[in-house]
Design a protein around this ligand. Sequence first.
Ligand SMILES: NC(=O)c1ccc[n+]([C@@H]2O[C@H](COP(=O)([O-])OP(=O)(O)OC[C@H]3O[C@@H](n4cnc5c(N)ncnc54)[C@H](OP(=O)(O)O)[C@@H]3O)[C@@H](O)[C@H]2O)c1
Length: 307
Amino acid sequence: MKAIAIQQWGGPVEYLDLPDPKVSPDQVLIRVRSIGVNPADWKVVEGGGMDEWFEVHFPLILGYDVAGVVERVGPAVTQFAPGDEVIAGVREDHIGRGTYAELASVPVRMVARKPSNISWAQAGALPTAALTAYQGLHRVLGVGAGDVVVIHAAAGGVGSTAVQVALALGASRVIGTASEANHDYLHSLGAEPVTYGEGLVERIRELVPEGADAVLDLVGGETLDLSFQLIGDGGRVAAVVMEKYAGNGLPVFSTPDGGDLQIVADMVQAGQVQVNVSKTYALQDAARAHAESQAGHVRGKLVLEVA
Ligand SMILES: NC(=O)c1ccc[n+]([C@@H]2O[C@H](COP(=O)([O-])OP(=O)(O)OC[C@H]3O[C@@H](n4cnc5c(N)ncnc54)[C@H](OP(=O)(O)O)[C@@H]3O)[C@@H](O)[C@H]2O)c1
């Protein structure tokens, strides 16, 4: 099969011919149609401590998100069958068998059904954004009915999903930070937009004098530090950007979970959550997609498509 992989830390990111993956008893073999691009994909290329966390396989196939059609299932799999249209957010206890490929073997516990009302590109965009948004808002922050929520970087992949998931969970108001260029976009998602940069705390406190119930921070550093000035009594702050995490706030490390993913997929199916893809690239152009993601201003998601 064709796949996008690196052969050593630092890259280059190459389009290679690699052996088809094996299908172990608890795995589902997916014929890949699309793959969401995440900042984690280009962060992995540089290595950044991965050796300490994972057993590493080179050539290391990149990628965490996948949408496609089940081609084959392992003998222990009963929930899915060949021909099913599925999505998955994939992270295993080793690294190197990612989703940037024509075929991906995925543990069945990470798989959910593709909503029928979205395209393949939108389906590939969903997993990591959905898991991070749902687990951050629901499992870590406990967002529920009537809560006022602030989301930093609300126009990006996780943020634009999180705005809508927060509202679906019952939040009464969502304040989202973005540059002016994304204010109309945030309005369209149901958020109240606020420009980031100097004066951010004052602008948000003007909108929510009593303070927010929850802050989901997708920026880190100074933005995370300032977030503690945005909450009211009993308010909570969650930190998503792990490489900038210094122990303040509640950490969010998204976990692959087909059940959680299905909950957000069902919100999509019900029309509560829209999936916004700003641009698609062919699989072999992954390095160009990484450059665009790395520039830091993607609206919604970038997606790789497999011909
Ligand atoms: N811990 C985990 O499990 C986990 C899971 C997923 C993601 N993450 C991390 O979370 C971060 C966000 O991921 P993502 O996929 O949503 O990224 P993304 O889609 O690349 O985010 C791009 C967005 O960030 C906004 N932005 C940039 N600087 C900002 C600032 N200072 N304040 C507010 N918004 C700002 C941009 O808006 P403008 O164009 O308007 O500036 C743009 O819309 C990444 O660092 C990623 O690695 C961690």
